[in-house]
Write a protein that binds this ligand. Structure first.
Ligand code: 5GP
Ligand code: ZN
Length: 114
């Protein structure tokens, strides 16, 4: 997608602090962290929202979750724990329309979220 911010980060056209990348997944620091650790995990494939996922994307989403869990281990926050979030559409608080997982940790997460 030409004008997608996260596609541009995945292609290296916009700088970001990249933590992990492979042929399908990229992980980087969130620019406006909401916790001590706030990382973003995206697929290289442009998918606008969770509503746009199809059955053939199931493996890709699984890889995103596994990447998030591996990152949490590398950051030493697997214990005590962390939160994974996917926002969908304005009602879910989504602002960048390329699916992503937020990995949040390093502080106690409240439930329910605000
Ligand atoms: P959303 O609100 O769509 O769930 O999350 C989008 C996230 O992308 C936000 O947490 C926001 O801080 C982050 N973000 C927005 N623009 C940029 C950017 O240019 N670089 C990086 N690294 N993160 C960004
Ligand atoms: Zn995109």
């Amino acid at each position: 997608m030409k004008d997608c911010l996260f596609c541009k980060i995945a292609k290296g056209e916009i700088p970001a602090k990249i933590l992990h990348q492979d042929d399908r997944i990229v992980a980087f620091d969130d620019i406006n962290p909401q916790a001590l650790y706030h990382k973003i995990i995206i697929p290289r494939k442009h998918i606008a929202t969770v509503n746009d996922l199809h059955a053939e994307d199931a493996d890709l989403v699984g890889q995103m979750v596994l990447s998030a869990a591996n990152l949490a281990k590398e950051l030493n926050i697997a214990e005590p724990g962390y939160r994974l979030v996917m926002n969908c559409n304005p009602g879910g608080g989504q602002t960048v329309y390329h699916i992503h997982i937020h990995l949040l940790g390093g502080r106690q997460m409240a439930w329910p979220p605000g």
